[in-house]
Design a protein around this ligand. Structure first.
Ligand SMILES: Nc1ncnc2c1ncn2[C@@H]1O[C@H](COP(=O)(O)OP(=O)(O)OP(=O)(O)O)[C@@H](O)[C@H]1O
Length: 300
């Protein structure tokens, strides 16, 4: 069942069309990613979902509620990660957790939450003294303290080192496994590829593609490359005629065939049928990076 429904969402700032007819549905317990270049309209979209911005057109529903007119109901079911600057530097982790817990009628046990997020040792530490990773974990704890059904995480791992980023990924998976739907805005392809069940690629206020990570990768031309040195000569024509082959090239004595997963099987069967061995065989899969470039025509 869809817990978030966005339909033909539109938002303009002056003459700038930040969001220009975006529609998507997020199923319960999904990790749904929003990906796109700077200024694409990602934050505006999630701010409309959070009820922080009033759309100019279209509709948004979170668990059936309108985030603008049913603000209070949405606050109960949706948790949003806070930006660093929104906490006072002198507030301690414990004070922040207690303060936020006090805002909800039936909050989660903040001590258990702190424990789950590895914050127990930092309860007396002031916000300004926390590391980037600890601040991020606190922002997740504050987003979860109201026991939300949906949590919005906007560029959560920006500025974290690779280790802290991986720990955060683990945490996001645990949050989903505990029954919370996650809406994730990210610039990191690897993050989106590993975590998201589905991804909406947004560019210039519109969705350019919406699919699973492997579905997006599968749309990339020549998404799989198989290369090898044949033990005996083989005509390029035989390879090009194989199903789903996009291109055949020779590079430094190696044959490089681009296509899909199916191409790999077809090439190996053709070689086996002719008694030719494929030396130094290498198969390379496209990544979400390649798909992003292919679908948006620009770097992440
Ligand atoms: N308050 C505002 N007033 C005027 N223009 C705005 C405002 N907020 C955003 N914009 C513009 O709307 C467009 C979309 O911005 P938005 O922040 O939604 O994009 P984004 O995809 O989240 O970008 P980024 O990846 O840089 O955070 C941009 O051109 C931005 O300059």
């Amino acid at each position: 069942m869809a817990i978030v429904e966005v339909s033909d969402l539109r938002k303009t700032y002056g003459k700038k069309r930040a969001v220009d007819g975006i529609s998507f549905r997020i199923e319960e317990c999904e990790i749904f990613g929003i990906l796109g270049p700077n200024g694409a309209g990602k934050t505006t979209t999630v701010e409309c979902v959070e009820g922080l911005r009033r759309p100019d057109g279209g509709s948004v529903r979170v668990a059936g509620y309108d985030p603008v007119t049913d603000r209070e109901s949405v606050t109960r079911v949706l948790g949003a990660q806070l930006q660093e600057s929104e906490l006072q530097p002198r507030i301690t982790v414990r004070e922040a957790l207690e303060l936020y817990a006090a805002c909800y009628p039936a909050p989660a046990d903040w001590r258990a939450l702190a424990d789950r997020l590895g914050l127990t040792d930092t309860l007396r530490t002031r916000f300004a003294k926390l590391s980037g990773g600890q601040k991020q974990r606190l922002s997740i704890a504050l987003a979860l303290v109201g026991r939300p059904d949906v949590v919005v995480l906007d560029e959560l791992t920006t500025g974290l080192d690779p280790r802290a980023r991986r720990d955060t990924w683990q945490l996001i998976q645990e949050i989903r496994d505990s029954g919370v739907t996650v809406l994730l805005v990210t610039h990191f392809m690897e993050e989106a590829q590993r975590l998201c069940d589905r991804i909406a690629l947004i560019d210039k206020g519109r969705i350019t593609a919406l699919d699973t990570p492997s579905g997006l990768i599968g749309r990339t031309a020549g998404s799989t490359e198989v290369s090898f040195t044949p033990s005996a000569p083989i005509e390029a024509r035989l390879l090009s005629e194989l199903p789903s082959v996009a291109s055949v090239a020779y590079k430094d004595g190696r044959i490089v065939v681009n296509g899909t997963d199916e191409t790999v099987h077809a090439v190996l069967s053709l070689l086996a049928g002719r008694g030719i061995s494929a030396h130094h065989l290498r198969v390379t899969e496209a990544t979400l990076d390649d798909a992003y470039l292919d679908l948006t025509g620009q770097d992440a």
